[in-house]
Write a new protein. Structure first.
Length: 332
């Protein structure tokens, strides 16, 4: 049976970058059935729901989902589409590889993986909003910490890493993070893996100063969200960072960036983050060679000056996408 791939373009630059990523998927998966699911701001304005139960059913029917980004409207009753999808599909592991593609002339580039717990923490969606006092509950469970730590440890083994598992946390202030740290340490010990627990604020600086010291970093939901944007600095910006949201039964691939309303409609958004997310999907389907080919082709183009304005080039979103497809075909 052919693969079913749900495509959500979303808002802002989503409909500009996602078609470029879809082109690459269509090239390598010519028999796949791609179907669009409309989610986001326009739908919310029209129907009062940015993501309905029917949409969730549609997404659940896919072997994998390619997602652009959605814009958050300034309405306290709006429910985050992403939180909803991550919870409904139980996409508990958010994998955010940080691997610069631009050659720096300083030996091998940094290569790390941020493993972000994706269903709990401050993004559990348990909030009480008032005029005088608003609260957001931060939830850390043993079971949630255990399964994300297991994912991080299996990645360390897969990557043949000799480095310890770094745990990003803030247990000096947030006691809930002691449960996270201790559970991660217990899991790592059962895998025979060393750990190093680092306070998240110090970690944000150190990954920028010494990126090559890091391999796999496991952390809670909001810290992982922030740390990955911070690491955008190492890769040339948000236009470069892909991610995978993986659960036991569903998989969802999206650029780390949002809908970038400041540049939407101009045709200048960098599609690389979306395309690398598509490459992660290929890898998820067992097509590691094809995923590497995409990564290498992107690196070749960027290193020869073929890139969008955020990286100092003059390609448009679609001209970069077309040149990449041509480069991939040539390399095959
Ligand atoms: P953003 O990631 O959309 O943009 C931050 C900055 O990075 C902007 O200056 C933007 O132009 C630049 N940028 C982002 N992607 C780029 C690309 N591919 N090429 C070139 N430059 C790029 O974050 P921001 O501005 O905080 O949020 C904008 C909207 O997106 C908000 O409504 C927010 O809620 C939503 N958002 C949605 C996400 C999602 O759907 N996954 C994730 C993050 C934000
Ligand atoms: Mg983010």
């Amino acid at each position: 049976m052919s693969l079913r791939i749900a495509v959500v373009n979303g808002d802002g630059i989503g409909p500009e970058v996602i078609p470029e990523a879809q082109k690459i998927l269509e090239h390598f998966l010519p028999d796949a059935d791609f179907y669009e699911v409309e989610l986001g701001l326009a739908k919310w304005e029209r129907s009062g729901s940015a993501c309905s139960p029917d949409d969730i059913r549609e997404l659940k029917g896919a072997d994998a989902i390619l997602f652009g980004a959605v814009t958050t409207p300034p309405d306290p009753n709006y429910r985050s589409v992403l939180l909803q999808i991550r919870h409904e599909l139980d996409l508990y592991a958010n994998l955010r590889p940080i691997r610069p593609l631009r050659s720096s002339g300083q030996g091998s580039p940094a290569d790390m993986m941020i493993v972000r717990e994706n269903t709990e923490g401050l993004y559990s969606g348990i909030e009480e909003i008032g005029e005088e006092r608003s609260t957001t509950l931060r939830v850390v469970t043993k079971a949630g910490s255990k399964r994300i730590a297991e994912k991080a440890c299996s990645l360390i083994l897969e990557r043949n890493s000799k480095s310890p598992l770094v745990i990003g946390y803030k247990g000096n202030v947030l006691k809930s993070d002691l449960l996270f740290r201790d559970t991660c340490s217990e899991v790592a010990a059962s895998f025979g893996i060393q750990t190093k627990a680092v306070f998240i604020d110090a970690l944000c600086l150190d990954v920028l100063q010494h990126p090559k010291n890091y391999d796999v970093i496991v952390t809670t939901n909001m810290f992982g969200d922030i740390l990955s944007d911070v690491c955008g600095y190492l890769t040339g910006g948000l236009g470069m960072l892909p991610s995978a949201n993986i659960g036991d039964t569903h998989a969802f691939f999206e650029p780390v960036h949002g809908s970038a309303p400041d540049i939407a409609g101009k045709g200048i958004a960098n599609p690389v983050a979306a395309i690398r997310s598509a490459a992660m999907m290929l890898e998820y389907f067992g097509m590691k060679r094809e995923a590497c080919l995409v990564e290498e082709s992107i690196a070749d183009l960027i290193n020869s000056g073929v890139c969008t304005p955020d990286l100092g080039g003059c390609e448009s979103t679609s001209s970069f996408g077309n040149r990449l497809l041509a480069a991939v075909c040539k390399k095959e």
